[in-house]
Design a protein around this ligand. Structure first.
Ligand code: 8DG
Ligand code: MG
Ligand code: MG
Length: 144
């Protein structure tokens, strides 16, 4: 019922780049359960996209970033989920502030764990918004 549907929300997600790899976590969520997704979450009142990405990454993994840049935005409607929802998803990229720092699974109720995946060998299944981008040939690396 469209009349009772919640309003679209803004999400900010991050391609954290390390060599040829990106950081992905397998979701524990009613939306996209068990799929591999980027770190990120909901934009809070007054935040910049860059602040939101840094905060969500810190909350979810403990990692710190630098050189954060805007990449693109996509429109994602999850009609068939138990709780239908609609996200305008802002994609940024960044590098690790300290390349030696390891991701921690700080929200284990929301994620099965974080790991680095080579861009040419991404895991399956990807979270649908990410899957759609990969299928169109999108590449988050600055030097591709
Ligand atoms: P928060 O309470 O910490 O703000 O939110 P969260 O628990 O971290 O939310 P999330 O599900 O991780 O992210 C919010 C929404 O962002 C998610 O339900 C759908 C949208 N989203 C995409 N693509 C991606 C993605 O690759 N990763 C994440 N984490 N969210 C994504 O459209
Ligand atoms: Mg979060
Ligand atoms: Mg999240």
């Amino acid at each position: 019922d469209e009349a009772k549907a919640p309003a679209p929300r803004v999400a900010v997600v991050l391609f954290l780049l390390k060599d040829k790899s990106v950081l992905l976590g397998r979701r524990r969520s009613s939306v996209g359960d068990s799929t591999f997704a980027l770190p990120g979450g909901h934009l809070e009142f007054g935040e910049s996209f860059e602040e939101c990405a840094a905060r969500e990454l810190r909350e979810e993994t403990g990692l710190e970033i630098n050189k954060t840049e805007f990449l693109t935005v996509t429109n994602n409607v999850f009609r068939e989920e138990p709780k239908p929802c609609h996200y305008v998803t802002v994609f940024l990229r960044a590098n690790l502030a300290d390349p030696e720092q390891l991701p921690q699974n700080l929200e284990p109720e929301k994620c099965y764990g974080w790991d680095w995946y080579d861009w040419d060998h991404l895991p399956n299944p990807l979270f649908l918004p990410l899957e759609k981008m990969v299928k169109t040939g999108f590449n988050p690396f600055p030097d591709h």
